[in-house]
Structure formats: C-alpha cells, structure tokens
Design a protein around this ligand. Structure first.
Ligand code: DX5
Ligand code: ZN
Length: 222
C-alpha cells in the first residue's frame, strides 16, 4: 500500500489564529501546507497571495503545496517565493505555455504538478508526464471551499490512475482537492489518490480541534 500525503488547505484556517494553526500542524507532522492562489479571473475569487507564501516560508519549515488558480502562470511564476521541496501546480486550462511553467518549477528544485478541472479529460496530461511529479484532479470546480463533490470524481481518479500506470508512470502521484471529507477521503484513496487536500470538510471542520481532526483524517486515509 502506498503512503498517503495530507495537505491542510490554509484558506480554510481561521485567519485570526493563523500562527497557532501552523504550530499545531507542525506538531501533527503534516506533509505540506496547501496554498490556494486565486486571481479573480481564472476563478471568481481572491484568496492568498505572494506575501502570504513568503511569510509562511519564514514562519515554518513545512513545505508548501502551492495551487495556482491564475491565468497565464508562465508570465507570473517568478513572482512567487518557490523553495526547494515545495510543490507547485499549474492548471492545464489556465496555462499559455505549460511546458515552460513545468520547466521553471523543476528548475527551482520544486515538484511540478499539472492540475485539471472536473470537466477536463484525463488524457491531456499525457504530453507532460516526463516533467511532472503529480497530477491534481480537482473534485470540485476550483474557487471556493465548502462545495460538494462533483459527480463522477471517483471514477475520474480511477481513470487517471489507470492511465498513469498504463503509460508506465506508476510513480506520478494523484492529488485530490475539493470536498475531501473523512468519508470521501477513504473512497478517493481506494480509487487511487495519494495526496489529499484537507479543507473545511475534514481537517478544518468546526466540529473538533485541529489536531483531533488531523489525526482522525490520517486514520481514515492511511
Ligand atoms: C477549492 C480549493 C480547496 C478547498 C478545499 O477551490 O482549492 O483547497 O479549500 O476545501 P473543502 O474541504 O472546503 O472543499
Ligand atoms: Zn486548492
């Protein structure tokens, strides 16, 4: 059984207690902090930005999983403080030059991920398999936390795993993002997901303390 990676989604954290949340997540030993960057164009929302990433890097050693929901990222990647060991995803639908983006991310020593929206077919990733560490299968339409899983998402994860394995890329991981609840996490893992973006429906649920929610989620998807 492959190891699962858990990435708490920081847009879902209580912004008034951010430092405490990060310290609690350090204690939990989380793998990455998931950072949603939105530009109001690729998606109709604005969330975290370049300064947030810079400040987080100086506050914690937890590597970041930077999810860029921005148009034409190849012109903008240099504005982001990307560190070695971070992961950075660019959207297939948003990119003017995907190869250039992936090359840039790899040149920083970070891991490149290609993200696809729920309506985008799995096979668009094929030309880029040599340049990526993972694919990000969006399981809601990007833009907002707290949405319901898009129908067909579990089948899509299975299809993506089948495609990657069939092409000889068993090592390329599948990240899932959107309504990754405790229960959905189990089903997503079964379908072939390796990396779980844990937001308002799991690690940041209002029903329990952060460390309790994290260890419960870990038990569900391990
Ligand atoms: C959606 C964001 C997610 C979001 C997931 O556009 O990319 O990271 O925070 O969290 P929940 O669990 O609220 O769907
Ligand atoms: Zn995200």
């Amino acid at each position: 059984m492959k190891r699962s990676y858990i990435c708490p989604s920081m847009m879902c954290a209580d912004m008034f207690c951010l430092g405490e949340a990060v310290k609690a997540l350090e204690k939990c030993g989380v793998d990455y902090l998931h950072i949603d960057i939105m530009d109001g164009v690729f998606v109709q929302n604005y969330t975290l930005g370049t300064d947030y990433i810079k400040n987080l890097h100086s506050f914690t050693d937890i590597p970041l999983d930077i999810h860029l929901m921005i148009t034409d990222p190849s012109d903008k990647l240099e504005r982001f403080d990307i560190k070695e060991n971070d992961l950075v995803s660019v959207h297939f639908e948003a990119s003017n030059d995907i190869s250039k983006c992936l090359d840039y991310i790899n040149s920083k020593g970070a891991g490149a991920i290609l993200a696809i929206n729920p309506k985008t077919p799995c096979d668009v990733v094929i030309p880029y398999l040599d340049k990526i560490k993972g694919v990000l299968v969006m399981t809601v339409n990007p833009g907002y936390a707290g949405q319901k899983l898009v129908e067909g998402s579990l089948e899509k994860i299975k299809e993506m795993r089948h495609l990657l394995d069939g092409a000889g890329y068993e090592n390329v991981f599948i990240e899932v993002d959107g309504n990754v609840s405790f229960e959905n996490g189990v089903l997503m893992k079964k379908a072939g997901a390796d990396m779980f973006v844990a937001g308002s429906s799991s690690v940041f649920t209002k029903q329990m303390m952060l460390n309790e929610a994290y260890s419960r989620f870990k038990d569900y998807v391990k």
